[in-house]
Design a protein around this ligand. Structure first.
Ligand code: ZN
Length: 153
């Protein structure tokens, strides 16, 4: 069941809340494109780990809401459809970027081996030529560009 609520970050009513259990919730706002979860708090181990892994831009864009949850830009990576991520040089200069996934052609499959699986190749690849940028408020449009809202055939 979709469980939409008001986003604590941007105030839109399109924040998708997934209740993993009583103590753990994931938040994905379709309005601003930011995410957080019950572990994203100052001083938590999860947060420290994220700080080691995340690109600088993501760290710069982070912000704490009134409940102490720290929000950061979403990273969408769907091998069969594409990717959406925050792209830019600083918190003052960034956009959403979307890249479409395309089928790997037979003649190029050797270039896309699946690591650890000799003789097997990816069927789809991210085509960086399709990279398109969207404004900070256009996260939904970026998702639309990689076909997330199209019904499966
Ligand atoms: Zn939001």
């Amino acid at each position: 069941m979709d469980n939409l609520s008001i986003c604590n970050r941007c105030g839109s009513d399109a924040c998708y809340v997934q209740e993993v259990n009583q103590d753990i919730k994931n938040y994905q706002c379709m309005g601003c494109g930011f995410v957080t979860n019950s572990f994203m708090k100052q001083g938590s181990q999860f947060f420290e780990e994220q700080m080691e892994l995340l690109p600088n831009l993501y760290k710069e864009l982070m912000g704490e809401d009134e409940e102490g949850l720290i929000w950061m830009p979403a990273t969408i990576n769907l091998p069969s459809q594409g990717m959406v991520f925050a792209n830019g040089t600083s918190a003052e200069n960034w956009n959403w970027a979307a890249v479409q996934s395309v089928p790997v052609k037979d003649e190029e499959k050797e270039k896309y081996p699946i690591p650890g699986k000799p003789g097997e190749y990816y069927e789809q690849r991210m085509d960086m030529d399709t990279l398109k940028e969207f404004g900070e408020k256009d996260f939904i449009e970026a998702l639309d560009y990689i076909g997330i809202f199209e019904k499966p055939e």
